[in-house]
Write a protein that binds this ligand. Sequence first.
Ligand code: HEC
Ligand code: HEC
Ligand code: HEC
Length: 425
Amino acid sequence: MLKRLLVAALAILLVAAAGGWAYATRHPAIAAIDPPDPSAFPPDLITRGEALAALGNCAVCHTVPGGAPYSGGYAIPTPFGTLFSTNISPDPEHGIGRWSEAAFARALRSGVSRTGELLYPALPYDHFTRATDEDVAALYAWVMSQPASASVPPANEMRFPFGFRPLLAGWQALFLDEARFSPSPDRSAEWNRGAYLVEGLGHCGACHTPRNTLGAADSGRHFAGTTLANGWHAPALDATTPAVVPWTADSLVNYLLDGWDRDHGVADGPMTHVVDNLGMLSEDDVYAIAEYLMSHLPPPEGDRAALRAAAEALEFPSQTPDAGFAADYADGALRRGFDTFARACANCHRRGTETVPLALTPTVHAPNAVHFVNLVREGIKPPQNTPDKTMPAFAAMSDADLRDLAAFVRRHFTDRPAWNDPPPG
Ligand code: HEC
Ligand code: HEC
Ligand code: HEC
Protein backbone atom coordinates (compact mmCIF):
# COMPACT_ATOMS: atom_id res chain seq x y z
CA MET A 1 0.00 0.00 0.00
CA LEU A 2 2.74 2.43 1.10
CA LYS A 3 4.78 1.45 -1.91
CA ARG A 4 1.87 2.12 -4.22
CA LEU A 5 1.31 5.52 -2.60
CA LEU A 6 4.97 6.40 -2.99
CA VAL A 7 4.94 5.34 -6.62
CA ALA A 8 1.82 7.40 -7.20
CA ALA A 9 3.33 10.44 -5.43
CA LEU A 10 6.52 10.13 -7.43
CA ALA A 11 4.55 9.77 -10.63
CA ILE A 12 2.53 12.89 -9.81
CA LEU A 13 5.76 14.82 -9.12
CA LEU A 14 7.20 13.67 -12.40
CA VAL A 15 4.08 14.67 -14.24
CA ALA A 16 4.10 18.08 -12.54
CA ALA A 17 7.75 18.67 -13.47
CA ALA A 18 7.27 17.54 -17.03
CA GLY A 19 4.07 19.60 -17.11
CA GLY A 20 5.92 22.74 -16.04
CA TRP A 21 8.43 22.32 -18.79
CA ALA A 22 5.97 21.57 -21.49
CA TYR A 23 3.61 24.32 -20.37
CA ALA A 24 6.24 26.85 -21.38
CA THR A 25 6.28 25.48 -24.92
CA ARG A 26 2.55 25.07 -25.25
CA HIS A 27 0.62 25.04 -28.48
CA PRO A 28 -0.62 28.20 -30.23
CA ALA A 29 -4.29 28.76 -31.01
CA ILE A 30 -5.39 27.94 -34.55
CA ALA A 31 -7.43 30.79 -36.08
CA ALA A 32 -11.22 30.46 -36.14
CA ILE A 33 -12.78 30.13 -39.59
CA ASP A 34 -16.23 30.81 -40.99
CA PRO A 35 -18.20 27.57 -40.60
CA PRO A 36 -17.61 25.46 -43.74
CA ASP A 37 -20.51 24.94 -46.14
CA PRO A 38 -21.45 21.24 -45.86
CA SER A 39 -22.45 21.10 -49.53
CA ALA A 40 -18.81 21.81 -50.43
CA PHE A 41 -17.73 18.37 -49.16
CA PRO A 42 -17.86 15.56 -51.75
CA PRO A 43 -20.75 13.25 -50.79
CA ASP A 44 -18.58 10.12 -50.86
CA LEU A 45 -16.14 11.75 -48.43
CA ILE A 46 -19.03 12.35 -46.03
CA THR A 47 -20.19 8.73 -46.42
CA ARG A 48 -16.71 7.43 -45.64
CA GLY A 49 -16.58 9.74 -42.65
CA GLU A 50 -19.87 8.33 -41.37
CA ALA A 51 -18.42 4.80 -41.24
CA LEU A 52 -15.22 6.04 -39.61
CA ALA A 53 -17.21 7.97 -37.02
CA ALA A 54 -19.05 4.73 -36.24
CA LEU A 55 -15.73 2.90 -35.85
CA GLY A 56 -14.53 5.69 -33.54
CA ASN A 57 -17.69 5.58 -31.40
CA CYS A 58 -17.78 9.37 -31.73
CA ALA A 59 -21.56 9.61 -31.38
CA VAL A 60 -21.69 7.26 -28.37
CA CYS A 61 -19.36 9.48 -26.35
CA HIS A 62 -20.53 12.82 -27.70
CA THR A 63 -24.30 12.35 -27.23
CA VAL A 64 -26.37 11.94 -24.08
CA PRO A 65 -29.04 9.27 -24.51
CA GLY A 66 -31.96 10.97 -26.20
CA GLY A 67 -29.95 14.16 -26.87
CA ALA A 68 -29.11 15.83 -30.19
CA PRO A 69 -26.32 13.92 -31.97
CA TYR A 70 -22.82 15.20 -31.17
CA SER A 71 -24.12 17.84 -28.76
CA GLY A 72 -21.97 16.49 -25.91
CA GLY A 73 -22.67 16.25 -22.19
CA TYR A 74 -22.20 12.48 -21.94
CA ALA A 75 -20.69 11.72 -18.52
CA ILE A 76 -17.46 9.72 -18.51
CA PRO A 77 -16.45 8.46 -15.06
CA THR A 78 -12.67 8.22 -14.56
CA PRO A 79 -10.59 7.49 -11.44
CA PHE A 80 -9.75 11.23 -11.44
CA GLY A 81 -13.30 12.58 -11.54
CA THR A 82 -16.10 12.88 -14.09
CA LEU A 83 -15.61 14.35 -17.55
CA PHE A 84 -18.43 15.54 -19.79
CA SER A 85 -17.86 15.24 -23.50
CA THR A 86 -17.88 18.46 -25.49
CA ASN A 87 -20.35 19.63 -28.12
CA ILE A 88 -18.72 18.70 -31.45
CA SER A 89 -21.69 19.60 -33.61
CA PRO A 90 -20.91 22.38 -36.12
CA ASP A 91 -22.57 25.08 -34.02
CA PRO A 92 -20.29 28.15 -34.34
CA GLU A 93 -20.78 29.25 -30.69
CA HIS A 94 -21.12 26.07 -28.65
CA GLY A 95 -19.77 23.42 -31.00
CA ILE A 96 -16.78 23.24 -33.31
CA GLY A 97 -18.31 25.13 -36.25
CA ARG A 98 -15.35 27.52 -36.36
CA TRP A 99 -12.69 24.80 -36.29
CA SER A 100 -10.60 24.33 -39.40
CA GLU A 101 -9.67 20.82 -40.49
CA ALA A 102 -6.18 21.46 -39.10
CA ALA A 103 -7.63 22.30 -35.67
CA PHE A 104 -9.87 19.23 -35.77
CA ALA A 105 -6.94 17.00 -36.77
CA ARG A 106 -4.77 18.43 -33.98
CA ALA A 107 -7.47 17.68 -31.38
CA LEU A 108 -7.96 14.11 -32.61
CA ARG A 109 -4.30 13.17 -32.97
CA SER A 110 -2.40 15.45 -30.57
CA GLY A 111 -4.99 16.13 -27.86
CA VAL A 112 -4.89 19.93 -28.24
CA SER A 113 -8.04 22.02 -28.70
CA ARG A 114 -8.35 24.78 -31.29
CA THR A 115 -7.47 27.40 -28.67
CA GLY A 116 -4.34 25.51 -27.61
CA GLU A 117 -5.77 23.93 -24.44
CA LEU A 118 -4.67 20.39 -23.69
CA LEU A 119 -7.40 17.74 -23.86
CA TYR A 120 -8.02 14.82 -21.55
CA PRO A 121 -7.19 11.42 -23.02
CA ALA A 122 -10.80 10.32 -22.37
CA LEU A 123 -10.93 11.43 -26.00
CA PRO A 124 -8.79 8.47 -27.06
CA TYR A 125 -6.25 10.52 -29.03
CA ASP A 126 -3.50 8.10 -28.02
CA HIS A 127 -5.27 5.76 -30.47
CA PHE A 128 -6.71 8.27 -32.95
CA THR A 129 -3.16 9.55 -33.51
CA ARG A 130 -2.63 6.52 -35.78
CA ALA A 131 -5.34 7.70 -38.23
CA THR A 132 -4.33 8.81 -41.72
CA ASP A 133 -4.86 12.35 -43.03
CA GLU A 134 -7.46 11.01 -45.47
CA ASP A 135 -9.49 9.40 -42.71
CA VAL A 136 -9.34 12.53 -40.56
CA ALA A 137 -10.50 14.60 -43.55
CA ALA A 138 -13.44 12.24 -44.03
CA LEU A 139 -14.35 12.46 -40.34
CA TYR A 140 -14.20 16.24 -40.52
CA ALA A 141 -16.53 16.29 -43.53
CA TRP A 142 -19.01 14.03 -41.72
CA VAL A 143 -19.00 15.88 -38.40
CA MET A 144 -19.25 19.29 -40.11
CA SER A 145 -22.30 18.09 -42.10
CA GLN A 146 -24.32 17.20 -39.00
CA PRO A 147 -27.06 19.45 -37.61
CA ALA A 148 -25.74 22.20 -35.32
CA SER A 149 -26.82 22.12 -31.69
CA ALA A 150 -26.46 25.02 -29.27
CA SER A 151 -26.46 22.74 -26.24
CA VAL A 152 -23.87 23.46 -23.54
CA PRO A 153 -22.45 20.43 -21.69
CA PRO A 154 -22.03 20.53 -17.89
CA ALA A 155 -18.62 21.55 -16.52
CA ASN A 156 -16.19 18.74 -15.72
CA GLU A 157 -16.03 17.53 -12.12
CA MET A 158 -12.39 16.54 -11.75
CA ARG A 159 -10.80 16.01 -8.34
CA PHE A 160 -7.90 18.27 -7.30
CA PRO A 161 -5.38 18.63 -8.95
CA PHE A 162 -6.62 16.88 -12.09
CA GLY A 163 -8.82 19.78 -13.21
CA PHE A 164 -5.61 21.72 -14.01
CA ARG A 165 -5.14 21.07 -17.73
CA PRO A 166 -1.44 22.01 -18.01
CA LEU A 167 -0.72 18.82 -16.03
CA LEU A 168 -1.80 16.99 -19.17
CA ALA A 169 1.40 18.16 -20.85
CA GLY A 170 3.24 15.78 -18.56
CA TRP A 171 0.83 12.99 -19.38
CA GLN A 172 1.26 13.59 -23.09
CA ALA A 173 5.07 13.77 -22.79
CA LEU A 174 5.11 10.44 -20.97
CA PHE A 175 2.41 8.48 -22.75
CA LEU A 176 1.43 10.00 -26.09
CA ASP A 177 3.37 8.34 -28.86
CA GLU A 178 2.29 10.52 -31.73
CA ALA A 179 2.83 8.52 -34.87
CA ARG A 180 0.67 7.60 -37.83
CA PHE A 181 0.14 3.90 -38.41
CA SER A 182 3.03 2.22 -40.14
CA PRO A 183 2.34 -1.19 -41.67
CA SER A 184 4.38 -4.18 -40.70
CA PRO A 185 6.09 -5.46 -43.87
CA ASP A 186 6.21 -9.11 -42.80
CA ARG A 187 2.44 -9.27 -42.25
CA SER A 188 -0.38 -9.62 -44.76
CA ALA A 189 -2.28 -6.63 -46.09
CA GLU A 190 -5.37 -7.91 -44.26
CA TRP A 191 -3.53 -8.10 -40.92
CA ASN A 192 -2.21 -4.57 -41.40
CA ARG A 193 -5.67 -3.28 -42.26
CA GLY A 194 -6.99 -4.91 -39.09
CA ALA A 195 -4.16 -3.45 -37.02
CA TYR A 196 -4.89 0.01 -38.41
CA LEU A 197 -8.58 -0.23 -37.54
CA VAL A 198 -8.12 -1.78 -34.09
CA GLU A 199 -5.18 0.32 -32.87
CA GLY A 200 -6.37 3.54 -34.53
CA LEU A 201 -9.92 4.83 -34.81
CA GLY A 202 -11.39 1.62 -33.35
CA HIS A 203 -9.49 2.27 -30.06
CA CYS A 204 -10.32 -1.26 -28.86
CA GLY A 205 -7.45 -1.08 -26.38
CA ALA A 206 -9.07 1.91 -24.66
CA CYS A 207 -11.33 -0.68 -22.99
CA HIS A 208 -9.47 -3.98 -23.43
CA THR A 209 -6.02 -2.88 -22.22
CA PRO A 210 -5.48 -2.15 -18.51
CA ARG A 211 -4.47 1.40 -17.58
CA ASN A 212 -1.66 2.44 -15.24
CA THR A 213 -2.02 4.72 -12.17
CA LEU A 214 -2.18 7.75 -14.45
CA GLY A 215 -4.85 6.35 -16.73
CA ALA A 216 -2.53 5.57 -19.66
CA ALA A 217 -2.55 2.25 -21.50
CA ASP A 218 -0.27 -0.23 -19.74
CA SER A 219 1.68 -1.10 -22.88
CA GLY A 220 3.22 -4.21 -21.35
CA ARG A 221 -0.27 -5.67 -20.95
CA HIS A 222 -1.75 -5.02 -24.36
CA PHE A 223 -5.29 -6.53 -24.52
CA ALA A 224 -4.94 -8.16 -21.09
CA GLY A 225 -8.54 -7.16 -20.25
CA THR A 226 -9.73 -4.83 -17.52
CA THR A 227 -12.67 -3.71 -15.44
CA LEU A 228 -13.85 -0.29 -16.67
CA ALA A 229 -14.55 2.69 -14.43
CA ASN A 230 -18.29 2.01 -14.87
CA GLY A 231 -17.92 -1.56 -13.56
CA TRP A 232 -18.28 -3.54 -16.80
CA HIS A 233 -15.47 -5.96 -17.53
CA ALA A 234 -13.78 -5.89 -20.94
CA PRO A 235 -12.31 -9.41 -21.28
CA ALA A 236 -8.76 -10.18 -22.30
CA LEU A 237 -8.15 -10.54 -26.01
CA ASP A 238 -4.69 -12.07 -25.58
CA ALA A 239 -3.37 -15.41 -24.37
CA THR A 240 -5.28 -14.95 -21.09
CA THR A 241 -8.69 -14.87 -22.82
CA PRO A 242 -11.49 -16.35 -20.69
CA ALA A 243 -12.86 -18.13 -23.78
CA VAL A 244 -13.49 -21.80 -22.97
CA VAL A 245 -13.96 -22.80 -26.60
CA PRO A 246 -11.05 -21.03 -28.34
CA TRP A 247 -11.83 -18.10 -30.63
CA THR A 248 -11.52 -18.62 -34.37
CA ALA A 249 -11.54 -15.90 -37.02
CA ASP A 250 -15.08 -16.99 -37.93
CA SER A 251 -16.40 -16.87 -34.39
CA LEU A 252 -14.88 -13.38 -34.00
CA VAL A 253 -16.60 -12.21 -37.16
CA ASN A 254 -19.93 -13.60 -35.91
CA TYR A 255 -19.45 -11.84 -32.59
CA LEU A 256 -18.31 -8.53 -34.06
CA LEU A 257 -20.92 -8.37 -36.84
CA ASP A 258 -23.96 -9.92 -35.15
CA GLY A 259 -23.05 -9.45 -31.51
CA TRP A 260 -23.42 -13.18 -30.82
CA ASP A 261 -21.57 -16.42 -31.36
CA ARG A 262 -22.78 -19.86 -30.27
CA ASP A 263 -19.57 -20.55 -28.32
CA HIS A 264 -19.21 -17.10 -26.73
CA GLY A 265 -22.67 -15.66 -26.30
CA VAL A 266 -23.91 -12.13 -26.74
CA ALA A 267 -22.09 -8.78 -26.64
CA ASP A 268 -23.53 -6.91 -23.67
CA GLY A 269 -22.82 -3.73 -21.71
CA PRO A 270 -20.66 -1.15 -23.53
CA MET A 271 -19.69 -3.71 -26.20
CA THR A 272 -23.25 -3.52 -27.57
CA HIS A 273 -22.66 -0.08 -29.10
CA VAL A 274 -19.30 -1.15 -30.47
CA VAL A 275 -20.94 -4.06 -32.30
CA ASP A 276 -23.78 -1.91 -33.62
CA ASN A 277 -21.22 0.55 -34.94
CA LEU A 278 -19.00 -2.10 -36.53
CA GLY A 279 -22.03 -2.92 -38.68
CA MET A 280 -21.18 0.27 -40.62
CA LEU A 281 -17.88 -1.21 -41.79
CA SER A 282 -17.45 -3.43 -44.82
CA GLU A 283 -17.31 -7.18 -44.17
CA ASP A 284 -13.73 -7.15 -45.41
CA ASP A 285 -12.80 -4.71 -42.68
CA VAL A 286 -14.43 -6.87 -40.00
CA TYR A 287 -12.54 -9.92 -41.29
CA ALA A 288 -9.35 -7.86 -41.14
CA ILE A 289 -10.08 -6.99 -37.51
CA ALA A 290 -10.61 -10.69 -36.74
CA GLU A 291 -7.38 -11.61 -38.50
CA TYR A 292 -5.45 -9.08 -36.43
CA LEU A 293 -7.09 -10.16 -33.14
CA MET A 294 -6.34 -13.82 -33.89
CA SER A 295 -2.63 -12.98 -33.89
CA HIS A 296 -2.97 -12.02 -30.19
CA LEU A 297 -5.29 -14.85 -29.15
CA PRO A 298 -4.13 -18.44 -28.56
CA PRO A 299 -4.25 -20.73 -31.60
CA PRO A 300 -7.65 -22.44 -31.86
CA GLU A 301 -6.54 -25.89 -30.73
CA GLY A 302 -8.29 -28.50 -28.59
CA ASP A 303 -11.38 -30.61 -29.02
CA ARG A 304 -14.01 -27.93 -29.49
CA ALA A 305 -16.95 -30.33 -29.35
CA ALA A 306 -15.72 -31.81 -26.05
CA LEU A 307 -15.14 -28.38 -24.52
CA ARG A 308 -18.61 -27.33 -25.50
CA ALA A 309 -20.17 -30.56 -24.25
CA ALA A 310 -18.55 -30.08 -20.84
CA ALA A 311 -20.09 -26.63 -20.63
CA GLU A 312 -23.49 -27.94 -21.74
CA ALA A 313 -23.37 -30.59 -19.02
CA LEU A 314 -23.39 -27.81 -16.40
CA GLU A 315 -26.63 -26.37 -17.71
CA PHE A 316 -29.71 -27.24 -15.67
CA PRO A 317 -31.43 -30.30 -17.17
CA SER A 318 -34.83 -28.79 -16.51
CA GLN A 319 -36.49 -25.96 -14.74
CA THR A 320 -37.40 -28.14 -11.76
CA PRO A 321 -34.75 -27.68 -9.07
CA ASP A 322 -34.76 -31.24 -7.71
CA ALA A 323 -34.25 -32.73 -11.16
CA GLY A 324 -30.79 -31.20 -11.37
CA PHE A 325 -27.89 -30.37 -9.16
CA ALA A 326 -29.84 -29.85 -5.91
CA ALA A 327 -27.91 -32.51 -4.01
CA ASP A 328 -24.61 -30.66 -4.69
CA TYR A 329 -25.86 -27.64 -2.80
CA ALA A 330 -27.15 -28.87 0.52
CA ASP A 331 -27.48 -25.65 2.48
CA GLY A 332 -26.16 -22.13 3.13
CA ALA A 333 -25.52 -19.35 0.64
CA LEU A 334 -24.84 -21.67 -2.31
CA ARG A 335 -28.15 -23.46 -1.73
CA ARG A 336 -30.00 -20.16 -1.57
CA GLY A 337 -28.23 -19.10 -4.79
CA PHE A 338 -29.17 -22.41 -6.39
CA ASP A 339 -32.82 -21.88 -5.44
CA THR A 340 -32.81 -18.35 -6.82
CA PHE A 341 -31.27 -19.60 -10.06
CA ALA A 342 -33.86 -22.36 -10.37
CA ARG A 343 -36.65 -19.88 -9.73
CA ALA A 344 -35.49 -16.83 -11.70
CA CYS A 345 -33.01 -18.00 -14.32
CA ALA A 346 -33.41 -21.68 -15.25
CA ASN A 347 -36.49 -20.92 -17.30
CA CYS A 348 -34.14 -19.58 -19.99
CA HIS A 349 -30.78 -20.94 -18.84
CA ARG A 350 -31.17 -24.72 -19.13
CA ARG A 351 -30.55 -27.45 -21.68
CA GLY A 352 -32.66 -27.32 -24.80
CA THR A 353 -33.00 -23.52 -24.91
CA GLU A 354 -31.29 -21.28 -27.43
CA THR A 355 -29.17 -19.46 -24.86
CA VAL A 356 -25.43 -20.03 -24.77
CA PRO A 357 -24.25 -22.41 -22.00
CA LEU A 358 -23.38 -20.02 -19.17
CA ALA A 359 -20.02 -21.71 -18.56
CA LEU A 360 -18.88 -20.42 -21.98
CA THR A 361 -19.58 -16.74 -21.26
CA PRO A 362 -16.93 -14.26 -20.14
CA THR A 363 -19.28 -12.94 -17.45
CA VAL A 364 -18.94 -15.95 -15.16
CA HIS A 365 -15.13 -16.04 -15.65
CA ALA A 366 -14.53 -12.31 -14.98
CA PRO A 367 -12.10 -11.55 -12.13
CA ASN A 368 -14.82 -9.81 -10.12
CA ALA A 369 -18.58 -9.96 -9.78
CA VAL A 370 -19.40 -6.43 -10.92
CA HIS A 371 -20.10 -7.28 -14.56
CA PHE A 372 -22.40 -10.10 -13.45
CA VAL A 373 -24.23 -7.81 -11.04
CA ASN A 374 -24.64 -5.09 -13.69
CA LEU A 375 -25.93 -7.69 -16.12
CA VAL A 376 -28.54 -9.16 -13.81
CA ARG A 377 -29.68 -5.73 -12.57
CA GLU A 378 -29.86 -4.18 -16.04
CA GLY A 379 -30.64 -7.20 -18.22
CA ILE A 380 -29.42 -7.47 -21.80
CA LYS A 381 -30.47 -5.09 -24.55
CA PRO A 382 -28.71 -6.94 -27.33
CA PRO A 383 -27.12 -5.56 -30.49
CA GLN A 384 -29.49 -4.79 -33.38
CA ASN A 385 -28.67 -7.98 -35.31
CA THR A 386 -29.60 -10.34 -32.47
CA PRO A 387 -32.88 -9.01 -31.07
CA ASP A 388 -33.79 -12.46 -29.71
CA LYS A 389 -30.91 -12.33 -27.20
CA THR A 390 -32.86 -10.05 -24.87
CA MET A 391 -32.67 -10.78 -21.16
CA PRO A 392 -35.03 -9.10 -18.68
CA ALA A 393 -33.64 -6.81 -15.96
CA PHE A 394 -33.87 -8.10 -12.39
CA ALA A 395 -33.73 -4.58 -10.99
CA ALA A 396 -35.75 -5.47 -7.90
CA MET A 397 -33.74 -8.51 -6.80
CA SER A 398 -32.57 -7.97 -3.22
CA ASP A 399 -28.85 -7.46 -2.57
CA ALA A 400 -28.78 -10.60 -0.44
CA ASP A 401 -30.35 -12.74 -3.18
CA LEU A 402 -27.98 -11.31 -5.75
CA ARG A 403 -24.96 -12.03 -3.53
CA ASP A 404 -25.97 -15.66 -3.06
CA LEU A 405 -26.81 -16.00 -6.74
CA ALA A 406 -23.36 -14.68 -7.72
CA ALA A 407 -21.65 -17.12 -5.36
CA PHE A 408 -23.64 -20.01 -6.80
CA VAL A 409 -23.12 -19.07 -10.45
CA ARG A 410 -19.38 -18.67 -9.95
CA ARG A 411 -19.08 -22.02 -8.17
CA HIS A 412 -21.35 -23.99 -10.47
CA PHE A 413 -20.27 -22.73 -13.88
CA THR A 414 -16.51 -22.26 -13.35
CA ASP A 415 -13.52 -23.87 -11.62
CA ARG A 416 -12.25 -20.45 -10.62
CA PRO A 417 -11.85 -19.10 -7.08
CA ALA A 418 -14.92 -17.51 -5.49
CA TRP A 419 -15.44 -13.82 -6.23
CA ASN A 420 -14.06 -11.95 -3.26
CA ASP A 421 -15.92 -8.75 -4.01
CA PRO A 422 -19.36 -10.03 -3.16
CA PRO A 423 -21.79 -7.54 -4.70
CA PRO A 424 -23.94 -5.03 -2.80
CA GLY A 425 -25.36 -5.55 0.67
C1 HEC B 1 -14.53 7.51 -24.99
C2 HEC B 1 -15.23 8.74 -25.25
C3 HEC B 1 -14.91 9.52 -26.52
C4 HEC B 1 -14.85 9.05 -27.80
C5 HEC B 1 -15.01 7.62 -28.27
C6 HEC B 1 -14.65 10.21 -28.63
N1 HEC B 1 -14.56 11.34 -27.88
FE1 HEC B 1 -14.23 13.22 -28.59
N2 HEC B 1 -14.02 13.87 -26.67
C7 HEC B 1 -14.32 13.14 -25.54
C8 HEC B 1 -14.16 13.98 -24.38
C9 HEC B 1 -14.41 13.58 -22.93
C10 HEC B 1 -13.73 15.23 -24.86
C11 HEC B 1 -13.40 16.46 -24.02
C12 HEC B 1 -11.98 16.34 -23.54
C13 HEC B 1 -11.57 17.50 -22.67
O1 HEC B 1 -12.45 18.22 -22.16
O2 HEC B 1 -10.37 17.68 -22.49
C14 HEC B 1 -13.65 15.12 -26.29
C15 HEC B 1 -13.25 16.16 -27.13
C16 HEC B 1 -13.29 16.11 -28.51
C17 HEC B 1 -12.91 17.20 -29.38
C18 HEC B 1 -12.42 18.57 -28.92
C19 HEC B 1 -13.62 19.44 -28.77
C20 HEC B 1 -13.42 20.67 -27.94
O3 HEC B 1 -14.36 21.46 -27.89
O4 HEC B 1 -12.36 20.84 -27.31
C21 HEC B 1 -13.14 16.78 -30.67
C22 HEC B 1 -12.92 17.58 -31.96
C23 HEC B 1 -13.61 15.42 -30.59
N3 HEC B 1 -13.69 15.04 -29.27
C24 HEC B 1 -13.98 14.67 -31.69
C25 HEC B 1 -14.22 13.29 -31.61
C26 HEC B 1 -14.37 12.44 -32.77
C27 HEC B 1 -14.37 12.93 -34.22
C28 HEC B 1 -14.52 11.18 -32.31
C29 HEC B 1 -14.62 9.87 -33.08
C30 HEC B 1 -13.59 9.63 -34.08
C31 HEC B 1 -14.48 11.24 -30.84
N4 HEC B 1 -14.31 12.54 -30.48
C32 HEC B 1 -14.60 10.14 -30.02
C33 HEC B 1 -14.69 11.82 -25.50
C34 HEC B 1 -14.71 10.96 -26.59
C1 HEC C 1 -16.27 1.06 -24.51
C2 HEC C 1 -15.48 -0.08 -24.18
C3 HEC C 1 -15.13 -1.07 -25.28
C4 HEC C 1 -14.57 -0.81 -26.51
C5 HEC C 1 -14.19 0.55 -27.10
C6 HEC C 1 -14.40 -2.09 -27.13
N1 HEC C 1 -14.85 -3.08 -26.32
FE1 HEC C 1 -14.87 -5.09 -26.78
N2 HEC C 1 -15.82 -5.46 -25.02
C7 HEC C 1 -16.13 -4.54 -24.05
C8 HEC C 1 -16.86 -5.20 -22.98
C9 HEC C 1 -17.40 -4.53 -21.73
C10 HEC C 1 -16.97 -6.55 -23.35
C11 HEC C 1 -17.67 -7.68 -22.58
C12 HEC C 1 -19.03 -7.92 -23.19
C13 HEC C 1 -19.74 -9.12 -22.62
O1 HEC C 1 -19.37 -9.61 -21.54
O2 HEC C 1 -20.70 -9.58 -23.24
C14 HEC C 1 -16.30 -6.68 -24.63
C15 HEC C 1 -16.19 -7.89 -25.33
C16 HEC C 1 -15.45 -8.06 -26.49
C17 HEC C 1 -15.20 -9.34 -27.11
C18 HEC C 1 -15.64 -10.70 -26.57
C19 HEC C 1 -14.64 -11.16 -25.54
C20 HEC C 1 -15.01 -12.45 -24.88
O3 HEC C 1 -14.10 -13.09 -24.31
O4 HEC C 1 -16.19 -12.84 -24.90
C21 HEC C 1 -14.47 -9.09 -28.24
C22 HEC C 1 -13.96 -10.11 -29.24
C23 HEC C 1 -14.28 -7.65 -28.32
N3 HEC C 1 -14.88 -7.06 -27.24
C24 HEC C 1 -13.60 -7.01 -29.34
C25 HEC C 1 -13.50 -5.62 -29.44
C26 HEC C 1 -12.94 -4.94 -30.58
C27 HEC C 1 -12.38 -5.60 -31.81
C28 HEC C 1 -13.03 -3.60 -30.31
C29 HEC C 1 -12.63 -2.43 -31.20
C30 HEC C 1 -13.22 -2.40 -32.53
C31 HEC C 1 -13.64 -3.46 -29.01
N4 HEC C 1 -13.91 -4.70 -28.51
C32 HEC C 1 -13.88 -2.24 -28.40
C33 HEC C 1 -15.83 -3.19 -24.07
C34 HEC C 1 -15.30 -2.50 -25.17
C1 HEC D 1 -36.34 -14.58 -20.28
C2 HEC D 1 -35.12 -15.30 -20.46
C3 HEC D 1 -33.96 -15.07 -19.45
C4 HEC D 1 -34.01 -15.11 -18.09
C5 HEC D 1 -35.20 -15.33 -17.19
C6 HEC D 1 -32.64 -14.93 -17.66
N1 HEC D 1 -31.82 -14.77 -18.73
FE1 HEC D 1 -29.79 -14.60 -18.69
N2 HEC D 1 -29.76 -14.48 -20.68
C7 HEC D 1 -30.85 -14.58 -21.52
C8 HEC D 1 -30.41 -14.49 -22.89
C9 HEC D 1 -31.31 -14.56 -24.12
C10 HEC D 1 -29.01 -14.34 -22.85
C11 HEC D 1 -28.06 -14.25 -24.04
C12 HEC D 1 -27.84 -15.70 -24.42
C13 HEC D 1 -26.82 -15.95 -25.47
O1 HEC D 1 -25.84 -15.21 -25.56
O2 HEC D 1 -27.03 -16.92 -26.22
C14 HEC D 1 -28.63 -14.35 -21.45
C15 HEC D 1 -27.32 -14.27 -21.03
C16 HEC D 1 -26.91 -14.38 -19.71
C17 HEC D 1 -25.53 -14.39 -19.26
C18 HEC D 1 -24.30 -14.35 -20.14
C19 HEC D 1 -23.86 -12.98 -20.51
C20 HEC D 1 -22.62 -13.01 -21.40
O3 HEC D 1 -21.52 -12.79 -20.91
O4 HEC D 1 -22.75 -13.28 -22.60
C21 HEC D 1 -25.56 -14.50 -17.90
C22 HEC D 1 -24.36 -14.54 -16.97
C23 HEC D 1 -26.95 -14.57 -17.51
N3 HEC D 1 -27.75 -14.48 -18.63
C24 HEC D 1 -27.39 -14.70 -16.22
C25 HEC D 1 -28.73 -14.79 -15.85
C26 HEC D 1 -29.17 -14.93 -14.50
C27 HEC D 1 -28.26 -15.01 -13.29
C28 HEC D 1 -30.53 -14.97 -14.53
C29 HEC D 1 -31.48 -15.07 -13.37
C30 HEC D 1 -31.42 -13.97 -12.44
C31 HEC D 1 -30.93 -14.88 -15.92
N4 HEC D 1 -29.82 -14.77 -16.69
C32 HEC D 1 -32.24 -14.92 -16.34
C33 HEC D 1 -32.16 -14.74 -21.15
C34 HEC D 1 -32.60 -14.86 -19.85
